[in-house]
Design a protein around this ligand. Structure first.
Ligand code: K7E
Ligand code: CUA
Length: 653
């Protein structure tokens, strides 16, 4: 048996080499086959010790987080916890961070993140912050790109399914949010069958340019459609934001059929400069609302506040606020080219890619050339505002990005390909298969006024056979494509945290020299910080035990603690006294129903522990910090409820 198998295997291997070799060489001739070019390996090879040239920020999808990859290597370099608890470093478990996950529904330890957006100055990503939406319990988060930490989360009231979010305006004036699912606004108990005409949508503009002060600037009440995606105007269309809608049928059941009846749905063009005027003139109504705003303050501790009202604009109280641009058919993405003139919609069920002209749209609005008016919102005429249609764009066009050289790239989900076409002539120039079912795509800066048009990442929903199989759930993936030449070239597959939706990329030099390396211990404003080992101590306050603990290579002070009782709540306030880059210490205690802590140099973090049984319990450092890391440990003695074991602890030195 063994010998029979061995020989054919050997033969098969030899055959594979021959076939593989010839496949390789014939696929270098064109990207039509989707093959790998022979220089692909060197194009993505970042030698050990060298850095990638781009940061790529990927939505973590249903993990609720953001992952950071380097391009062109595709290497995963960081997971940033945002909407989901992260036991790896204590985010959402530690006393300093758990209030970040407060909402009007209470503590919510998970969300579904879809669309990262880099802050912009003059329409160009500036590397200060990354925003991302929470799709399920409507929220928008801000990540500080000097620390790669989530430092602010705003809940969006009067919303449901925060999908068209947080697409940013060119000077980071606003990030937007809208209802994917229309609902009664304000919420109330009513029959779902009364959806039509009674359920409403909202489009929300959130003030985004001042850390710690994100807030709803205003909301606009809109008809009960599904508001799916957005992008801001720029250049000539600065001051506008565009939102796709589907289900203009206002169906409330079997949407796959009932929301696909209309030939055209709408792109909602919102003039936010006009909205500002109407709000300033007092045309907005104040509506009670209940939502949370959480941010990390100067002590590096999350504070959570409840907000109680929002300003709501009705389109009938503010003329020229919104126009509806008829758009075939059940559009998903809406993308604006670097000049701001062309508004490209991805009609999931459309046979062409419709491109609207901003200039023609303005002219039609000025001429009041309407097809009708819905809830105070004029519907423009498709033919009058059309710049062009891209023919034969692939099946199921979804999302478009731009290379800054006059070309657009649109994903086609059903035909699993990316189609490159020319702005202005609308001719298809090239197409490349993706593996498989591509959703979004990302060119670094590709939704801004100045794309870095060298690479493109296809963000694929399905990988089937591309990786080693791992049971029923398979890897999600990105594919790196070289777009520097006339023909697109596939360079690399790399796995990503599922499900990848959108992503953002930026040249590494914009961010990498601004990194915080440690927190100065003398500036640590935590009320639980200790600045030296001599300050380490343990205090009892009723049934609360507060342990003010220091860490430095390679010991905890105190390392032995006695006098804790069952029924006590123990707070470990751990300060890392290190003042060196890349020396966090970890802290974990046996039986804690929370997580570990990972404490950065100069930082204080607190985790709680409620011991259940008398005994002696070890704690230890989880991060291999030095040669004597394994020695970095201690014990807590826990006595029975009501015992009189005196509170004692070891001291430094
Ligand atoms: Cu995945 Cu932007 Cu949520 Cu399209 S969305 S694919
Ligand atoms: Cu500190 Cu390991």
């Amino acid at each position: 048996m063994k010998s029979i198998i061995t020989k054919p295997l050997w033969l098969a291997t030899a055959l594979l080499v021959v076939v593989g070799g010839s496949m390789f060489s014939c696929r270098t001739t064109g990207s039509q086959s989707g093959g790998i070019s022979s220089d692909a390996a060197s194009a993505v090879y970042v030698p050990p010790g060298s850095h990638d040239t781009y940061y790529a920020f990927m939505s973590g999808g249903f993990s609720g987080q953001v992952t950071v990859h380097g391009l062109p290597s595709g290497r995963l370099i960081k997971t940033v916890p945002v909407f989901s608890q992260f036991p790896e470093n204590g985010y959402g478990y530690s006393e300093e961070t758990k209030d970040m996950l407060n909402t009007s529904f209470g503590f919510i330890p998970w969300d579904d993140s879809h669309h990262p957006q880099l802050s912009q100055t003059d329409g160009v990503p500036d590397g200060r912050w990354l925003f991302i939406n929470g799709n399920n319990t409507p929220r928008i988060a801000r990540i500080d790109l000097t620390t790669f930490e989530t430092d602010e989360i705003l809940e969006i009231p009067n919303s449901a399914g925060n999908h068209a979010s947080p697409f940013i305006t060119p000077n980071s004036e606003y990030v937007v949010a809208s209802t994917r699912f229309s609902v009664p606004i304000p919420q109330k108990d009513m029959s779902i069958s009364e959806y039509k005409g009674n359920f409403k949508g909202t489009i929300t503009f959130v003030k985004a340019d001042t850390p710690g002060e994100m807030d709803v600037a205003f909301q606009i009440l809109v008809p009960g459609y599904n508001y799916d995606l957005s992008h801001a105007g720029k250049g000539v269309s600065y001051g506008w934001s565009f939102f796709t809608t589907y289900n203009t049928e206002e169906a409330n059941t079997l949407l796959e059929v009932n929301a696909s009846r209309n030939d055209k749905d709408f792109v909602a063009a919102v003039n936010w400069k006009r909205a500002e005027e109407c709000v300033a003139q007092g045309n907005a109504k104040t509506m009670p609302a209940n939502y949370s705003h959480n941010h990390i303050d100067e002590r590096r501790i999350a504070v959570s506040e409840n907000k109680t009202s929002v300003k709501v604009l009705y389109p009938t109280d503010c003329d020229n606020l919104i126009s509806f641009l008829p758009t075939p058919k059940s559009p998903h993405g809406v993308d604006v080219d670097p000049s701001g003139e062309y508004i490209v919609a991805g009609g999931k069920l459309a046979t062409v890619i419709p491109v609207h002209s901003f200039t023609k749209m303005k002219a039609a609005i000025d001429a009041k050339s309407y097809d009708g008016i819905v809830d105070g919102i004029p519907v423009l005429k498709y033919e009058e505002i059309l710049a062009g249609e891209v023919e034969n764009p692939g099946l199921g066009p979804l999302h478009t990005e731009f290379d800054g050289k006059g070309n657009a790239y649109t994903t086609a989900f059903i035909s699993s390909e990316i189609v490159k076409w020319k702005l202005g002539t609308w001719e298809v120039l090239d197409r490349i298969p993706t593996y498989y079912s591509v959703g979004h795509l990302m060119i670094p800066g590709g939704d801004s006024q100045k794309p870095w048009g060298k690479y493109m990442v296809a963000l694929n929903k399905i990988t089937k056979d591309r990786y080693l199989p791992t049971g029923p759930e398979l890897a999600h993936a990105g594919q790196l494509i070289d777009i520097s030449g006339d023909k697109m070239k596939l360079l690399l597959d790399f796995p990503m945290m599922g499900e990848p939706h959108y992503a953002q990329g930026i040249e590494a030099s914009v961010i990498k020299d601004k990194q915080v390396r440690m927190f100065a211990i003398q500036d640590n404003l935590s009320p639980h910080a200790i600045k030296t080992e001599a300050e380490a101590r343990v205090e009892r306050n009723g049934s609360e035990i507060h342990i003010y603990m220091s860490t430095i290579r390679t010991h905890f002070v105190p390392d032995n603690i006695e006098g804790v009782r069952v029924g006590d709540k123990v707070y470990f306030h751990v300060t890392n006294l290190e003042q060196d880059w890349d020396v966090p210490h970890g802290f974990a205690v046996m039986g804690a129903r929370t997580s570990e802590l990972l404490v950065m140099p100069g930082e204080t973090r607190t985790i709680t522990w409620e011991p259940q049984q008398p005994g002696v319990y070890p704690f230890y450092c989880t991060d291999f910090c030095s040669a004597l890391h394994q020695e970095m440990q201690g014990y807590v003695r826990v006595s029975a409820r009501g015992s009189n074991t005196p509170l004692t602890y070891s001291t430094g030195g």
